[in-house]
Write a protein that binds this ligand. Structure first.
Ligand code: RUQ
Ligand code: CUA
Ligand code: CA
Length: 648
């Protein structure tokens, strides 16, 4: 293999596939998609049937690795923050290396750090009256960071839980979840996006809202009424305050929400809708030839909320405005605009210049390009038909899902069924739509392995899109890694998009099941390596404060850690005591984390430098229990223990 990636020929421009032959899968072809669609999906893995791409690319050969290698001791150029799907966590990777750096527990419980075990994490996750966790499962799909001036500011990022309709916030200085909110009256909270500025107040040029789209419709309120009457099921779009993490308002809509995008001027939020039919069964959801991309006029909605044109649902106090078609017929007062899009679209992404939304067809081989200014024009009464906001609809391949952008006007869309990434030029697509036969929207294609879901460009969801890398998160890895049993890892494939032709750089395995990711320049992220004792109300600030403090059956044990010992060599409690143990790590040295495990009491957590955590448990078994440091910290790590004596 050549050492010079520019001489590598694996990325030969593929012939344009015969889209006419496979054009616009008709409804009849799609009935029974669960069978046919899956067959289509998997058959695209077969080399015999895989369309396009010259032979070397079909083999999935990477270009020479050298120029992209992150040598020992060198740091990656980018962070990638990636949702972990139904693992319930979020992962951090370095790019271009693909090295996994961290898993941040969010909706899952985690032994490594004690998430779901410590009192502090349980308070964030939420508990039932009996003290047990309200939920211990979650499904993270979409991650989006806070913005200032149209680019990332490194403050927070947010991730959704589709199972229980929760939004979590992760602070980026410590890379830990600090808040979780459960949205009222919605199910299947799927797409989410931070806003980029305020639509009205020009001085607010940073994120203050997080938008949340509900994919599933339910009776409202969902308290046992209208169980069988699918016609009464409704979905809502929710706006959450990014600081207080309280819901600000909700919009009752027709159809459903899927992915969410926000405009750079703060005026619009968008969601693609694959179920304008409001069908309960999937055949119904595929009935219409056109679904929609739904736009929300943020300023008008907030004015309506202020004016009290709202209702509430069930016991929720969150104001709800009416965004249905029937209530929004006059564009000049409308809160919502439904732009028709073929067919069961998936994914809506805004270009870094803020001008265009790309909404992929999924069951149509097209991407629809919607011009931002034309949607605003419709809201001003200057555009008769919302469909006229569509300025291009190039045929790009089968099963288009998500689109990333570079800094040169090109879009990169994942093609699930074709197992490809297609590069297409937005302006060429617009010209072609206007009838210019010489305009060729599709510029390049590259095979990926296999069936990509999301794809992301470096900094591509900011105005600082840099056009260096595209990451394809693939849903099937099949033969790309050593076999590890029936459950395969997923593949992430890094593609160099800096030249005319895309170049596969490498595969890295990712644990199931990543969904979305953002690729962030490393200089934006400023983390802390050491906590501040004062952040923790319970901190044991001096080893001399250690001890056992009894209040009836409730006992508080305070101790500190300093390598290689805990401040209490032993502590005594009585059988049946409710013990709250508070541990502060007084070590100040970077990377000097201690662990604390209590055998037979299911306690295990860590404390990083200057951090305090607490746990509460019942000491219900008389005996001696060697509490020990679980996290390798010192030459005498094994000796770092404390003896819990439970007296009968
Ligand atoms: S969705 S594979 Cu959960 Cu992000 Cu499109
Ligand atoms: Cu402290 Cu290991
Ligand atoms: Ca549909």
């Amino acid at each position: 293999m050549t050492q010079n990636p520019t001489q590598d020929d694996t990325q030969t421009l593929a012939p344009q596939p015969d889209l006419g032959r496979r054009k616009f899968l008709g409804t009849s072809a799609l009935v029974g998609l669960s069978g046919a669609g899956l067959t289509l999906g998997l058959s695209a893995c077969n080399k015999e049937t895989a369309p396009t791409a010259a032979a070397p690319a079909a083999k999935g050969e990477a270009t020479a690795h050298g120029p992209y290698e992150v040598a020992p001791g060198k740091l990656d150029d980018y962070y990638s923050f990636s949702s972990g799907g139904h693992s319930g966590d979020v992962r951090i990777y370095g790019l271009p290396s693909g090295r996994q750096l961290k898993s941040i527990p969010v909706f899952n419980t985690d032994n490594l750090v004690g998430w779901g075990i410590t009192n502090e994490s349980r308070a964030i996750m939420g508990t039932k009256p009996d003290g047990s966790l309200k939920y211990s499962t979650g499904d993270t799909h979409h991650v989006h960071q806070t913005y200032t001036d149209g680019t990332y500011d490194g403050k927070y990022f947010y991730v959704n839980d589709k199972i229980h309709s929760r939004l979590a916030r992760i602070r980026m200085d410590t890379m830990e979840c600090d808040r979780i909110l459960e949205l009222p009256n919605v199910q299947g909270f799927h797409g989410t996006f931070t806003d980029k500025r305020d639509p009205v107040d020009a001085s607010i040029n940073h994120t203050t809202r997080v938008f949340c789209g509900a994919e599933f419709s339910t009776p409202l309120p969902n308290d046992g009424r209208d169980l069988e009457d699918g016609g009464k099921y409704r979905a809502m779009f929710t706006c959450v305050d990014s600081e207080s993490m309280e819901p600000r308002w909700q919009v009752l809509i027709d159809g459903n929400c899927d992915l969410v995008a926000t405009s750079y001027d703060g005026k619009l939020a968008a969601t693609n809708q694959y179920n304008v039919e409001n069908g309960v069964h999937y055949e119904d959801m595929m009935a219409a030839e056109m679904d929609a991309c739904l736009f929300f006029n943020v300023a008008r909605i907030e004015a309506a909320v202020k004016a009290g044109k709202t209702t509430t649902i069930g016991s929720s106090r969150v104001p709800v405005v009416d965004g249905t078609r029937a209530a929004n017929k006059d564009p000049k007062t409308a809160l919502t605009c439904y732009v028709p899009i073929p067919k069961n679209p998936h994914g809506v992404n805004i270009s870094p210049d803020g001008k265009y939304y790309a909404c992929s067809g999924k069951l149509s081989p097209t991407a629809s390009v919607i011009e931002h200014e034309l949607v605003l024009k419709w809201f001003d009464g200057g555009l008769e038909n919302p469909r006229d906001a569509v300025v291009a609809e190039p045929e790009i391949g089968l099963g288009p899902l998500h689109t990333g952008f570079d800094n040169k006007g090109n879009a990169y869309t994942t093609l699930f069924l074709d197992s490809q990434i297609v590069k297409w030029n937005v302006e060429a697509a617009i010209k072609s739509y206007q009838g210019d036969k010489s305009a060729k929207p599709v510029v390049d294609r590259i095979d990926v392995h296999y069936q990509p879901g999301h794809g992301f460009t470096s900094m591509g969801e900011t105005k600082e899109a840099d056009g260096r890398f595209f990451l394809s998160d693939n849903k099937f890895s099949k033969d790309r890694f050593l076999p590890v049993g029936p459950l395969h890892p997923e593949t992430a494939q890094l593609i160099d998009i800096s030249g005319d032709k895309m170049k596969l750089v490498h595969d890295h395995s990712v644990l199931s099941e990543p969904h979305d990711s953002i690729i962030v320049r490393r200089d934006i992220i400023k983390t802390r390596q050491i906590y501040d004792l004062d952040e923790f109300p319970l901190a044991v600030k001096d080893a001399k404060e250690s001890g056992v403090f009894r209040n009836g059956k409730k006992v508080t044990v305070k101790l500190t850690s300093q390598a290689p010992s805990f401040s209490l060599r032993e502590f005594k409690v009585k059988k049946g005591d409710e013990v709250t143990l508070i541990l502060t790590n007084l070590d100040k040295v970077e990377d000097l984390t201690h662990g604390f495990a209590i055998p037979k009491h299911d306690i295990n957590f860590i404390v990083s430098p200057q951090e305090t955590k607490s746990v509460t448990f019942i000491a219900d078994k008389p005996g001696v229990y060697w509490c020990y440091c679980t996290h390798f910290c010192h030459a005498l790590h094994l000796e770092m223990r404390s003896r819990m004596i439970v007296e009968a």
